[in-house]
Design a protein around this ligand. Sequence first.
Ligand code: 13P
Length: 252
Amino acid sequence: MAARIKPLVAGNWKMNGLTAARKEVVALAMKLDGKKKPACEILLCPPATLIAAAREVARGSKIAIGGQDCHAKASGAHTGDISAEMLKDAGATYVIVGHSERRADHNETDAIVKAKAEAAHRAGLTAIVCVGETEAERDAGKTLTIIKSQLKGSLPDAATAKMTVVAYEPVWAIGTGRTPTADDVAKVHGAIRKALETRFGSEGAKMRILYGGSVKPSNAVELMAVPNVNGALVGGASLRAGDFWGIISTYC
Ligand code: 13P
């Protein structure tokens, strides 16, 4: 009963990119321009400092712009933080929440991630909620237990397929050049789909599940062909338009 789901290919620039990186957005927009009707959605999540500029140069193109994190509150005394409303105001339509680097560097718990996803929805942003096991958890055979518990704790009860995307990013595959086998990805994505359907019914059947972790032009075809993989969340290979296009064009 696999629903037809339009894939999403998202680039997460992390803490990379100065003003000059706008040229990568321009280059990507030009490549996409050649495609009349891309078969997938394209999203770039630059650092917050570049969101407005990226939105400006991507205007009229098929590239959506997103943030990499948001605060749970709409405004207030939270020095250095950025709200979902502010991201929206700067031109974002998506925001990543619960990335493993945020969970590790900023001690973000499932409850915090859920509050951020709710904030995204409140502001009208689609939340990309990240889950993923560490290498130690994987070696201990706990991958599915960890993923299910992260999903349970991090996804808002009111999540819909339009406003929520799940990204499976095994922590040990991020930035390492290592990836799970297609079989392993199929097992985890299958379990995620089942959990989403059980909790959200038909919305769960339509919700996009992205794979992330060392996605490159060279492995994108194999990873993207796995059942229940509805797109990719790409780090390093999204920084240059040429590399990112190599991934996008396997899909779109
Ligand atoms: P890499 O593609 O650099 O492994 O990063 C993946 C990631 O963390 C995307 O959010």
